[in-house]
Every structure is written in structure tokens, then in C-alpha cells.
Design a protein around this ligand. Structure first.
Ligand SMILES: N[C@@H](CCC(=O)N[C@@H](CS)C(=O)NCC(=O)O)C(=O)O
Length: 202
């Protein structure tokens, strides 16, 4: 399968999730300004929405949207899923929360928003982070084991650092825990290196 990504973008969440899951995939960098891939392919033909991430499955199916891609990756290892009768829905609940309540709130910082819009976003994201910090009882958001939701929140925390938002202490410690994981370090190194490569977590 092939992941289309842009360095440091939200596509880093499925990138980490794939690496953590030990799935074989090829990564292809996309220039979001020109909509060309690193090999010169027209990305609009891969994903007419023009944004990352896109995951092209081995059977040729094209999957877009972080929530769908991350849920699909989680489903590849059902044994590692969130336990309990509504475990899968807890995962979807958290993915939806991160996507609609945090991810999209960053828009003023990346789309040249004015100061008022940035301040409103700072307050909204701050409240969302406080909520997550208060419910973080174990090492990871949904228990003692890392799941795809942690990959997504990790990227949001990276962005929060980048634009200078306050991060509550429990989420700072959580961020460091995730940043130190070998799979996460491999992904960051690969995105910074930018080369097209086959990946299989070991
Ligand atoms: N709803 C989409 C949003 C993805 C998204 O915002 N991607 C950004 C990078 S983080 C992007 O590619 N922006 C470029 C553009 O919109 O042209 C998802 O969750 O997958």
C-alpha cells in the first residue's frame, strides 16, 4: 500500500500508525503547493480533494480522511483494539473529536488568520487540551497501549508547540512518551529526509 504525505502535516498521524502497526507500505511525498508528488505524478488524480493523507490499499482502493484511514489501520490488528463492548466506538469517538474539534481549529494558524481568529482558536484548542489532559489516566488516551488516536493527538501537539500554544503538563509528558518511541522517531526522520522509501517496522 502507499501513503501520500506531506512532511509535518496531519498525514504524519497515519504515517506513525502504519509504522507502529508494522505494516508494509511505501511513502510518497506530496508538494501541497503544486499538487505534484516527488516523482512528478499529478496528485489531483490520486485524490481530487488535493489534500493529504491518502492511503492507496493493495487492492487499489483509495482511502482518504484521517478518521477513515486511522480506523482502517486500527482494524488491521483487531487483537490490539480497544477492549470493551464499545471499544471500537470509543476509538471512533476520539478520532472524531480530534478531527473536528482540534485539527480543524488550527486553521487560523496555517491559513493566515487574523489575530482575533488566532486568539479564538487558541482558546478553543486550550479547552480541548484541558479536557484530554483531565481524562488521561493511563499512559495513552484509550488505556495503557498506544493506539491510532495517540498518533493523531501527537501530531496536534507538535503543531501546538510550533505555533506556541499552551500545553497542559499531563499532555507534555504524554507528548514526550510518544516522541521517544522508535516508530515515531523513524517516521520523523523519514519525513525530514523526504526520500521515497519502502517501510516495514521492525
Ligand atoms: N479532512 C481532512 C483534512 C486533511 C488536511 O487538512 N490536510 C492538510 C494537511 S494537514 C492539507 O493537505 N492541506 C492542503 C490543502 O488543503 O490544500 C482529513 O482529516 O484527512
Amino acid at each position: 500500500m502507499r501513503l501520500y504525505y506531506a512532511p509535518g502535516a496531519c498525514s504524519r498521524a497515519p504515517h506513525i500508525a502504519l509504522e507502529e502497526a508494522g505494516l508494509s507500505f511505501t511513502r510518497t511525498r506530496v508538494d501541497l503547493a503544486t499538487h505534484r508528488t516527488e516523482s512528478g505524478e499529478d496528485y489531483m488524480k490520486v485524490n481530487p480533494k488535493g489534500y493529504v493523507p491518502t492511503l492507496v490499499l493493495d487492492n487499489g482502493e483509495v482511502l482518504t480522511e484521517n478518521v477513515a484511514i486511522l480506523a482502517w489501520i486500527a482494524d488491521q490488528n483487531v487483537a490490539a483494539g480497544i477492549p470493551g463492548p464499545v471499544g471500537r466506538y470509543r476509538l471512533l469517538e476520539m478520532l472524531a473529536f480530534i478531527s473536528s474539534e482540534i485539527h480543524k481549529s488550527f486553521k487560523p494558524f496555517f491559513a493566515n488568520g487574523d489575530d482575533a481568529a488566532k486568539q479564538a482558536a487558541r482558546e478553543t484548542i486550550g479547552k480541548r487540551f484541558d479536557y484530554l489532559a483531565a481524562r488521561l489516566k493511563e499512559d495513552f488516551l484509550l488505556g495503557g497501549r498506544m493506539s491510532v488516536v495517540d498518533a493523531y493527538l501527537f501530531v496536534m501537539l507538535t503543531w501546538a508547540q510550533k505555533v506556541g500554544l499552551d500545553i497542559p503538563a499531563p499532555l507534555q509528558a504524554y507528548f514526550q512518551r510518544i516522541a521517544g518511541r522508535p516508530a515515531v522517531r523513524r517516521v520523523i526522520a523519514a519525513e525530514e529526509d523526504g526520500s521515497q522509501a519502502q517501510s516495514k517496522a521492525s
